[in-house]
Design a protein around this ligand. Structure first.
Ligand code: SIN
Length: 339
């Protein structure tokens, strides 16, 4: 990782990978599927006893089969290589399109269109899908809503965090040894062919020690991650559908960006579509209605019910970015003693 004082090496790399003419070479892009000295397979020996039924119910494969990687140049950065089943990927894609953009959650289109309570239904209310409205969705916020102007969270700008996403984040967090992680805010980002996300750090949370979990679905992406200064040259990492990036410790406050979306040819959301049996599911799940979750997961297997979502995801990418906002003992932002 090189550094050049005063020179924005991050921007240089961002522009390089963003370019369409000429197309960038992908030779330097790190893929965890290819053995290199920059990537290490981690032994995740947390003593976390997670019932296999619970992981299944969240659309995950047995955790003994998960592959977690660390990056030599980026201490604290980890990548779990697609631990989802195909039906699991379909479940989360559908939640990000059909459920999460609904009110009371917030979407970028709110400033343009009043009372857009159900974006997905509005896009599909006539036989022909409203493609213009479909492509307009760039983000949805959940829990403590990110304020894009002030960058500050507030108790007044908060709605309930989805239970299923909170449970998914907890399972991943506990697996990696972050037992006390609480999902309190999320940004769901929606990317199309030429979408990008410019260099930024995530520092609005009171708790900057808790890790950040980032779930990717759909088309692939080049993810750039550097250091705390833009003068540090970033690494380019290939993210594929189902991958979970974890930014913890030193990596938590590093600059990152998405300069390019790339086609995902393997479409993992279309394989491993196995049906779940509710009667074999755990009774201790936090999700208030596990039966509904399992039915929703099974429903996606039927291709006619899935086809509208397939049309979206075959061209787009979704990223769910989950954070803890408060410190461990803090119960609200007003609770200044712990801030
Ligand atoms: C983000 O950093 O907010 C999103 C990163 C991604 O889309 O992978």
């Amino acid at each position: 990782m090189s550094q050049s004082t005063g020179v924005d090496l991050f921007m240089k790399q961002f522009k390089y990978f963003k370019s369409n003419k000429p197309q960038p070479s992908l030779n330097s892009v790190i893929s965890v599927d290819i053995t290199t000295s920059e990537v290490k397979l981690l032994e995740c020996n947390t003593n976390y006893k997670c019932e296999d039924n619970l992981t299944q119910c969240l659309g995950l494969i047995n955790k003994n089969k998960w592959k977690t990687y660390s990056f030599v140049q980026h201490p604290g950065l980890m990548l779990i290589r697609n631990p989802f089943t195909g039906s699991g990927q379909r479940y989360w894609i559908k939640r990000c399109l059909e459920r999460y953009p609904k009110k009371p959650n917030k979407i970028n289109i709110d400033i343009e269109i009043d009372n857009l309570d159900d974006w997905w239904r509005e896009c599909h209310k006539s036989m022909e899908c409203d493609k213009k409205l479909l492509k307009k969705l760039r983000w949805t916020t959940l829990g403590y809503h990110h304020n894009w102007n002030t960058k500050a969270y507030s108790e007044e700008n908060k709605t309930p965090f989805p239970e299923d996403l909170s449970e998914l984040s907890s399972v991943v967090a506990q697996y990696l040894g972050f037992a006390k992680f609480r999902a309190e805010a999320a940004i769901v980002n929606y990317y199309h062919k030429n979408s990008t996300l410019s260099a930024h750090t995530d520092h609005s949370e009171v708790n900057l020690d808790a890790p950040l979990f980032s779930f990717s679905f759909g088309q692939s992406a080049i993810f750039l991650i550097g250091g705390r200064e833009k003068s540090i040259e970033p690494s380019a990492i290939l993210l594929k559908s189902g991958d979970i990036v974890v930014m913890s410790k030193e990596a938590r406050l590093c600059y990152h960006a998405v300069p390019k979306i790339l086609p995902e040819y393997h479409q993992p959301w279309n394989s491993d579509l196995s049906e779940l049996d509710f009667n074999k599911m755990p009774s201790f799940m936090y999700i208030s209605n596990p039966k509904e979750t399992i039915e929703a997961m099974n429903e996606n297997i039927e291709n006619d019910k899935w086809s509208e979502f397939e049309n979206y995801i075959k061209e787009s990418r979704i990223n769910i970015n989950v954070r803890q906002v408060l410190n461990e003992k803090q119960i609200s932002l007003a609770d200044e003693f712990f801030s």
